[in-house]
Each structure stands twice: as structure tokens, then as C-alpha cells.
Design a protein around this ligand. Structure first.
Ligand code: UDH
Ligand code: MN
Length: 304
């Protein structure tokens, strides 16, 4: 009798454990982490992946990289499949906000092109460069980059600081979920996420969610605030933030000095949860940018 009850209890425990294991596998537990949904799940891109790698921190000339990265076409694009919008292939746009950080850009490109190639994604790298002398406005650059890139029918948008170098190629840049915070573990923060709400650094979005939050705010000039504002947009729309596990979503941050801080940011952040409805993609007005095809990226030259 006792033996039978113990067997029953054991079976229940085993059953529960297997249910949990299945949920865990598909990333439905542990704070929306897509625990096993990283690139290693996708057999198609597996053979080339190496997992953890040491980023190459040398500053290599664009010309040399262009010869080395034979798969990259003019404008910084690569297509693993015959380009056909109707085929359902994810078409990734990498958007890098940029001004006067040439060395960082060279280091990022030197690591990012091989990384994306190993993931066998269809991608284009866009550098959204602010070419005026006004204060930097990352949110607005991102919105402009998004609108311009969208003309090329991308289905996935990765917003990417120029100074964050990925360290593990299982960190899939393919919008398997959206929104996805890809830069969860950065060396500067001892490879730990300082705050669950964070979305800054590197994030991946499908069109639907990005448009639902009305893109980024256009109102944050100088450094800081736009990423916190985005966290509030996400919360106001009751969207989860997905992340791969710590050991996968790893980045090295290149060193730079602190840019001029936006002292008004806390005040502007007070009404983010309401303001998002009319400040963002819907209110974006901009001078048509000059667009140039470089060997390793498409340059979007913006005057704000
Ligand atoms: N950016 C530029 N040029 C600029 C300012 C910003 O290209 O003049 C872009 C670039 O892509 C950068 C991103 O905007 O990665 C974010 O700006 P940031 O790197 O200045 O911001 P971050 O949050 O700064 O990384 C944190 C301050 C770290 C100071 C460390 C001092 N020890
Ligand atoms: Mn930085």
C-alpha cells in the first residue's frame, strides 16, 4: 500500500518535471527568456556556428574587410536565399546610430559581418549617421533609419549601438520573438542584467510590435532617456521583453567617454506612457536623407 502511494507520488513528480522541462525548452518560464530558442535550435544555420568567441578588436580598413568578406554585396547586404519577399524569409535590417566613432564602427563591422553570415540570415547593415552639429538624437535617428530601411521590405529590425560587440553567435539576430533585448549580458555590468526593464544597447523588433509602440521617442537630445522611454512604451502596451539566456546574450562594450548628459530626461520620462501615442513614428518629420552604398554598409546621412 505504502509502496503503491510512493510510486504514485513519484510518477506525479516525474510528470510535473517533464511538463516543466517542455515549457522550459520553449522558453515559457523564467521571465520570458527564450531559453533554448537561440540559433542552436535552427538546424539550417547550425553548422557554421561556434558559440562563444573572442571578438577581434583590431581596427581593420574597410577595403581589407571588403575583400575578406566575399559574401557581402555593395550596401552591406547578404542574401542566403534567392531574394523573394513572398518566400517568408526573415529579412533583417541592422540599424546603427552613428556620429564620429569610426574606430568602433570598423571593429563592429569586422565582427558583425562574419557573425551574421554564420547565422545564415538575409541582412543589410545600415549606418544612420547624424551629419549636423546639433546634439545627438539616437531615437530620431533610429526612427528615420527604420522608415528608410522599411522601403526595402525588411521584416526584422535590430537597433544596435556601435560599441557593443557580440561574443556568442547563438545570439540569433532574427526576431524569433519581438521585442527582444539581445544585449542582456555586457562585460561592463559583469555580464548581468542590471534591470529587468532594460531594452537599450541591442534590441530586435518585428514590424508589428515596433509600430504598436509608435517607434522611439523623437524628443531625447544628448545622452540618455530614450531607452527608458522605450521601456515605458513596452509596458504601456503590455508587451513582454524576451531575452536569450545570459551565457548567449553576451557583449563586449568598447571604451568611450561619457557624452553630454540630457539633464531634462527625467522630466520628459514622466509622461512616456501617454506621450508614446503621439511622439514617435507617427510624428516623425525629416529631411529626406542622402543614401549612399558603401562596400560594407548602407549609409543614411541625416540632418536633424
Ligand atoms: N553615438 C555615436 N556618437 C555619439 C554618441 C552616440 O555614434 O557621439 C551612438 C553610438 O552608436 C553609441 C550609441 O549612440 O553606441 C549610444 O551612445 P553612448 O555609447 O554614448 O551611450 P552609452 O549608454 O554611454 O553606452 C554610457 C556611458 C559610459 C561612460 C563610461 C565612462 N567610464
Ligand atoms: Mn556606449
Amino acid at each position: 500500500m505504502v509502496y503503491a502511494r510512493m510510486t504514485l507520488q513519484l510518477s506525479v513528480v516525474l510528470l510535473l518535471a517533464s511538463v516543466l522541462l517542455v515549457l522550459y525548452h520553449f522558453g515559457f518560464v523564467f521571465n520570458n527568456d527564450c531559453i533554448n530558442e537561440s540559433c542552436s535550435q535552427f538546424a539550417r544555420c547550425c553548422p557554421n556556428l561556434v558559440g562563444n568567441f573572442h571578438p577581434d578588436l583590431r581596427v581593420i580598413s574597410i577595403e581589407e574587410m571588403a575583400t575578406r568578406f566575399y559574401w557581402v554585396r555593395e550596401g552591406g547586404l547578404y542574401s542566403s536565399t534567392p531574394s523573394d519577399v513572398s518566400s517568408g524569409t526573415t529579412r533583417v535590417a541592422i540599424l546603427i546610430p552613428f556620429r564620429k566613432r569610426e574606430e568602433h564602427l570598423q571593429i563592429l563591422l569586422n565582427n558583425l559581418h562574419p557573425f551574421l553570415y554564420r547565422q545564415q540570415l538575409d541582412y543589410t547593415v545600415y549606418v544612420v549617421e547624424q551629419v549636423d552639429e546639433k546634439p545627438f538624437n539616437k531615437g530620431k535617428l533610429y526612427n528615420i533609419g527604420y522608415k528608410e530601411a522599411k522601403k526595402n521590405n525588411h521584416t526584422c529590425y535590430v537597433f544596435h549601438d556601435v560599441d557593443l560587440i557580440p561574443e556568442n553567435d547563438h545570439n540569433l539576430y532574427g526576431c524569433v520573438r519581438s521585442p527582444m533585448h539581445l544585449s542582456r549580458a555586457i562585460n561592463k555590468y559583469n555580464y548581468r542584467l542590471p534591470d529587468d526593464k532594460l531594452i537599450g544597447g541591442v534590441s530586435a523588433w518585428r514590424t508589428e510590435e515596433f509600430e504598436r509602440v509608435n517607434g522611439w521617442s523623437n524628443l531625447f537630445w544628448f545622452w540618455g532617456g530614450e531607452d527608458d522611454d522605450m521601456s515605458y512604451r513596452i509596458m504601456a502596451n503590455r508587451l513582454p521583453i524576451y531575452r536569450f539566456r545570459n551565457s548567449v546574450a553576451r557583449y563586449l562594450m568598447l571604451k568611450h567617454s561619457q557624452s553630454t548628459i540630457n539633464t531634462a530626461r527625467k522630466r520628459i520620462l514622466k509622461d512616456s506612457h501617454i506621450r508614446y501615442k503621439f511622439d514617435g513614428l507617427s510624428s516623425l518629420v525629416y529631411i529626406p536623407p542622402d543614401i549612399q552604398q558603401s562596400p560594407l554598409y548602407t549609409r543614411i546621412l541625416v540632418k536633424l
